[in-house]
Design a protein around this ligand. Structure first.
Ligand code: SF4
Length: 273
């Protein structure tokens, strides 16, 4: 191994050790198969047959974009899929730890109180995907706990569900200052995190709350009015687009349309409306 490759391997080993120690401190005792990319990197870096330029060192730094998952069937071969609740919790804890240390968006990392990862049942049938944490969420570290969150809870209750049985997350994990809309680059920086969360939870249904969530999940720029009223595909999941609860606080008349969207979902789920 030449000097450059040797230095690269040593650097990767140091980063991996730091990451593992950090996970251990966070209470993580096992790693899911897909998460320890860094361990694979060490193997590659140690191999003299792999030129240094092919060693994806960036994958272990905070500067690289988060790993984008493969389409579900490819990304999760049957034997490797975290299926039990405990395995999924562990897999999510690994990502949470990455998020807590993430500084890809310098402004958001500098102004956040804490990151806001996601909450709920790791085996949820239904996920709600919002835009970004607001002030209350930034303070409490949980998505949808402010006024918009209270309205979301009412929507959930009206559907006959309990918040605890669902999984709730945002597209980006840090509060944009002044609750501004996330910039495209911030969504792009954070995309890998929510995609990996969904990959682990594997919901059958995803409710996109607002345009940012819909555009990020469905990779479209269509107006929310055009996206509502039908099901969209995200892997094997069916996605519904509706208005964000924060929008409903400003425009209560739109609650009727949200209720139509939720009824469409409940009917699809075979649930009595
Ligand atoms: S918004 Fe996401 S990508 Fe940006 S700093 Fe926060 S966790 Fe990292």
């Amino acid at each position: 191994m030449n000097t450059t490759a040797s230095n690269a391997a040593a650097s990767v080993r140091r980063l991996v050790r730091q990451r593992l120690e950090s996970l251990q401190r966070a209470g993580v005792e096992q790693l899911p198969r897909r998460a320890p990319l860094a361990l694979d990197v060490v193997t590659e870096a140690d191999s003299s047959s792999v030129p240094p330029t092919s060693v994806p060192l960036a994958a272990t730094t905070t500067e690289s974009p988060p790993e984008r998952p493969l389409p579900q069937d490819e990304a999760m071969p049957r034997g490797a899929t975290p299926r039990s609740k405990a395995d999924r919790e562990t897999a999510l804890a690994v990502i949470r730890c990455e998020v807590e240390n993430c500084t890809r968006c310098p402004e958001l990392a500098a102004t956040r109180t804490q990151t806001v990862f996601g909450v709920g049942n790791p085996q949820a049938k239904v996920c709600f995907l919002g835009e970004a944490p607001g002030g209350d969420e930034d303070a409490q570290g949980e998505p949808f706990v402010g006024k918009a969150g209270q309205l979301l809870n009412k929507i959930i209750e009206a559907c006959g569900w309990q918040r605890e049985e669902l999984y709730i997350l945002n597209v980006i994990k840090c509060r944009p200052p002044g609750n501004r809309r996330p910039e495209d680059v911030e969504v792009s920086n954070c995309r890998g995190y929510f995609e990996r969360q969904l990959e682990i939870v594997r919901p059958q249904y995803i409710v996109c709350l607002g345009a940012t969530a819909a555009h990020a999940l469905l990779d479209t720029t269509q107006a929310i009015g055009k996206l509502r009223g039908e099901f969209h595909s995200y892997g094997k999941a069916k996605a519904v687009v509706t208005y964000h609860p924060a929008y409903l606080l400003r425009n209560p008349a739109a609650k009727r349309e949200v209720w139509e969207d939720m009824k469409m979902l409940m009917r699809e789920m075979g649930q009595e409306v």
